[in-house]
Design a binder for this molecule. Structure first.
Ligand code: AKG
Ligand code: FE2
Length: 288
């Protein structure tokens, strides 16, 4: 696809599908990582609260969930090994992310990175939209019209996601919509996220199910109204999500970056993971 057509489509729709973005070798490695950590997938709920997962740590990676029906998130997955480091500046999407975030001016960072596994009954409520006055849901600079996307989600399919598999859903063009979606307004608990209706986003008016093959990427602005359909098929959906933002957007959870990881990263990757180097006063010995 030529650059002008791609830019036009991203502006119009708020998303792009990047087919065959991830190699089979990388997919196999990531899927093996999941198999090796399968005991964490259906792991215990917090004591006396079956709406919450009990967080468990593997080094700097934490199991987590926003709402229990979302499945399990392995947060800070960049600490999971080399293959996850490769995804930080993957050639299939990094230049697109840089262009739309306008990284020459804004720098580039990763706001959140995780691997998600979701089984039967799992889904995500509807959230976001052009109406939300959230600092990182920008799309273009209002005065000049230049790209200024505050957050791009790179949603990577690790296995095929078709009908019944709980596909992500979105409303094309809704990143520019000034009206709040009726589901969000009537059933949701706020401007941003309907976490209370108990209804999967896939059942909401105007949503489109996005079917992906293993290795495809759904590249979309977080400003678009989106969520996912319920998984009705047996088995588990496997995805990785990296969210890219200007470097001025802080990390969502401020997870530690191990020294070993920082040392391993190429300068380009390290700059994305640690775009603002900490400044410290000189070390002064108490005997000086
Ligand atoms: O899990 C999904 O299908 C949707 C994910 C989502 O909402 C996001 O990446 O922001
Ligand atoms: Fe989302």
């Amino acid at each position: 696809m030529s650059e002008d057509i791609r830019d036009y489509l991203f502006d119009l729709q708020g998303y792009l599908v990047l087919e065959n973005a991830i190699s089979e070798a990388n997919l196999n490695e990531i899927n093996r990582w999941i198999d090796d950590h399968w005991s964490y997938v259906n792991e215990p709920w917090a004591e006396n609260d079956d709406s919450q997962r009990k967080p468990r740590w593997m080094g700097n990676i934490e199991t987590h969930t926003y709402n229990i029906e979302n499945g399990v998130n392995f947060q800070n997955i960049i600490e999971g090994g080399q293959v996850f480091e490769t995804l930080i500046d993957h050639p299939a999407w990094i230049d697109l992310a840089k262009k739309y975030i306008h990284s020459e001016v804004n720098g580039l960072s990763i706001h959140e990175n995780f691997l998600n596994v979701r089984g039967p009954g799992g889904y995500i409520h509807i959230h976001c939209g052009g109406h939300v006055p959230l600092s990182y849901l920008t799309f273009r600079q209002a005065n000049t019209g230049e790209w200024l996307v505050g957050q791009i989600n790179v949603f990577m399919a690790l296995n095929d996601i078709g009908p019944g598999d709980g596909p992500p859903v979105l409303i094309p063009g809704s990143h520019k919509c000034t009206e709040i979606h009726p589901r969000l307004e009537k059933d949701g608990k706020g401007l941003v996220y309907d976490g209370v209706s108990g209804k999967p986003a896939g059942t909401a008016f105007a949503t489109k199910e996005m079917y992906l093959k293993a290795g495809d990427v759904l590249f979309f602005t977080d400003a678009i109204t989106h969520g996912s359909a319920e998984r009705t098929n047996p088995g588990y959906r496997r995805t990785v999500i990296y969210r890219y933002s200007p470097k001025f957007v802080r990390e969502r959870f401020d997870y530690p970056h191990s020294e070993a990881l920082l040392e391993r990263l190429t300068p380009e990757r390290r700059k994305i993971i640690q775009p603002n180097l900490p400044r410290r006063p000189p070390q002064v010995s108490c005997y000086d």
